[in-house]
Design a protein around this ligand. Structure first.
Ligand code: FES
Length: 102
């Protein structure tokens, strides 16, 4: 497992998202109610980059065809067809700095 710097907590306020590439994976990190969550940034439907979508609470809407995902679990909330879950990764905070463990 590798620990990767995401950024300062002050740079990722509530309801905000960022993205990075780590360990060969595209990862989205979101702040939901003061807790940081990391999931795959690539929609399993057709490959959209989810950080370009819309985040409301824990619900992230894909920018291409509107699938809705739970950013806290990587699970699909809504889409007309069944889609594979998004990968979920561990996030830690130390000294106001966010790290991704991947
Ligand atoms: S690429 Fe995300 S719903 Fe189609």
């Amino acid at each position: 497992m590798v620990k990767v710097l995401v950024g300062k907590t002050s740079e990722l306020g509530e309801g905000k998202m960022t993205h990075l590439t780590a360990g060969g994976k595209e990862v989205l990190v979101a702040n939901v109610g003061g807790t940081y969550h990391a999931i795959s940034n690539i929609c399993t439907h057709a490959g959209a980059e989810l950080h370009e979508g819309e985040l409301k609470g824990n619900e992230l809407k894909c920018p291409w065809h509107g699938s809705r995902w739970d950013v806290t679990t990587g699970k699909l909330i809504w889409f007309p067809q069944k889609l594979k879950e998004l990968g979920k990764y561990k996030v830690t905070v130390e000294n106001e700095t966010i790290y991704l463990e991947i």
